[in-house]
Design a protein around this ligand. Structure first.
Ligand code: BG6
Length: 513
């Protein structure tokens, strides 16, 4: 049988160990995620020699498709969505590992047949009975599919082989439903079999938050309330709902972005140094931060959270339609496309240091970044000079699309009088390390193959994230907004979001194109 290892195109020095021998079973293999992300990510892993030679993929979907057609389809997808030129010889070996299994995953009868099919693939590819099931399906199927897998004996693992299931957010639509999903999964699977993806953790720059904080001696000593005035997290998108109006008009920005992606950014920024980089050591520290974010009272929701919905506007020089005019969105929708809030982390390190968060669709630019604003220097020295006020230092972690870190400090403007200007010291990932082909899923798929759960959400973390947003969801539901739309597409959100900081004598750091 052909082996990836035999192929001369695999010449890069391998960084990290190869995944375990295994079969990846993709439910929803005909869908968008499979073509756009999963298959290109697997190809990148093959190129980097990170897949075991004993590896195979089984795509499960309903339409009658042959293995050959399935292989042709994924080739088209990798050509379209992958960033790398395809090496025909490597592709030949890679694609022979892909199999198609026709069936309806809602039907219990499918699973015993799938079991027999997997046993055959396992024999042919020597995958040692290790299987992981990637549920690239609508979230309401997660629980039922895992139950059916378990009923067919496909979740049982031993000391000889493992079985894992991978699911991606949303995990429920509020605290109660998230708990119910966790309970349903935990009835038939151990926590160490459940890999909950938050794709933000697949981003290099998000992982770099930990490296930056814990691999450098100079930042950690000042990473606390004595030196930090406040933290801002901005996740700005230029896109609208991109054909996902049906989902988004029920979810809204708060559910879509805050309990998951934004909570990841907060917890990595604020957590204590873990005692090791073992999965549970890191996740314990993240979870502590999520538990330390105090859920808001009704009055606090009113004072500390802002919601918005975009109206028509101009973005990138072109007219952008109002949210209510998007496909599959109710013409009188009261769903939010923007949210901002101020949260407090009640622990020793962060007492009285506000974390301001905002995320929105149809913002002026796509930009995700974290601003750490330090306390101002004492003013004394600059009396009797033209310097009227001192700018605080800001450290900015640029997550995307620019990936890097910048530090803002004041410098003297050359000349005979004492004048100061803010200047930036910049580090750009790409300039230093070059561009790596990445879909953001390589690391996560590989971690699943080697059994490393560090970058995956534990049940308690998911629930803690919902605990933070649930009081806001409840109050917003009870008091529907009366002023929507309240910001124009192509702007930084409603004015209340600016006022949220202005009331505290602060302002958002916005970047220009
Ligand atoms: C998804 C949300 O989880 O993240 C989308 O459902 C959002 O609404 C997307 O656009 C943002 O991801 P990224 O990687 O583009 O920042």
């Amino acid at each position: 049988m052909a082996q990836l290892m035999e192929h001369p195109a695999v010449t890069l020095p391998r960084v990290g160990k190869q995944g375990d021998p295994c079969v990846m079973v993709i439910f929803g293999a005909a869908g968008d995620l499979t073509g756009r992300k999963l298959i290109p990510a697997l190809y990148n892993l093959a190129k980097a020699d990170l897949l075991a030679k004993e590896f195979a993929v089984v795509g499960v979907a309903r339409s009658p498709v042959t293995n050959e057609d399935f292989r042709k389809k994924i080739l088209e997808e990798v050509k379209e969505y992958g960033e790398e030129e395809i090496d025909p010889a490597l592709w030949e070996i890679f694609s022979r590992r892909f199999y198609y299994f026709k069936g309806d995953f809602n039907n219990q009868d499918l699973y015993p047949q799938l079991k027999d099919f997997l046993a055959k693939i396992d024999r042919d590819h020597s995958t040692q009975q290790n299987y992981f099931y990637y549920l690239a399906t609508a979230p309401n199927y997660f629980g039922p599919i895992v139950e059916k897998l378990a009923a067919a004996g496909l979740m049982e693992q031993t000391s000889e082989y493992w079985r894992r299931v991978v699911i991606e957010k949303p995990f429920g639509h509020d605290l109660e439903s998230a708990k119910a999903l966790n309970q349903q999964l935990r009835k038939v699977a151990e926590e160490n079999q459940i890999y909950r993806i938050d794709h933000y953790l697949g981003k290099e720059t998000v992982q770099n938050i930990m490296a930056f904080r814990f691999a450098n001696g100079i930042f950690e000593p000042i990473w606390n309330r004595r030196y930090i005035d406040h933290v801002q997290i901005t996740v700005a998108e230029t896109v609208g709902v991109e054909g996902r109006g049906g989902y988004f008009d029920h979810a809204g920005s708060l559910r879509d972005m805050v309990p998951n992606h934004i909570m990841q950014l907060i917890s990595l920024t604020a957590m204590e140094p873990p005692i090791s980089f073992q999965a549970d050591a890191v996740r314990d520290e993240q979870a502590k931060i999520l538990h330390a974010i105090q859920p808001m009272s009704d009055q606090e929701v009113l004072n500390r959270s802002v919601r918005g919905q975009y109206g028509e506007g101009i973005l990138g020089g072109e007219r952008a339609p109002a949210y209510r005019a998007e496909a599959d969105v109710a013409p009188d929708s009261r769903n939010e496309t923007f949210v901002a809030m101020k949260v407090n982390i009640d622990n020793w390190r962060w007492a009285d240091v506000p974390f301001y968060l905002r995320t929105g669709k149809r913002m002026p630019m796509r930009n995700t970044y974290i601003v750490i604003q330090f306390r101002r220097a004492p003013f004394v020295l600059f009396r009797d000079t033209p310097v009227e006020h001192l700018m605080p230092n800001q450290l900015v972690l640029h997550i995307q699309p620019e990936e890097g870190i910048s530090l803002r400090f004041a410098a003297k403007v050359p000349g005979p009088v004492m004048r100061l200007d803010p200047v930036d010291m910049n580090f750009e990932y790409q300039e230093y390390f070059g561009k790596q082909p990445s879909t953001g899923y390589e690391r996560l798929l590989h971690d699943c193959m080697i059994g490393d759960q560090t970058l995956f959400q534990r049940a308690d973390m998911v629930e803690a994230g919902w605990c933070v947003v649930n009081p806001i969801l409840d109050l917003w539901k009870a008091l529907p907004p009366r002023n929507f739309p309240n910001y124009a597409a192509g702007t930084w959100g409603p004015k209340e979001a600016d006022e949220l900081l202005e009331r505290d004598g602060r302002r958002w750091r916005n970047f220009e194109k």
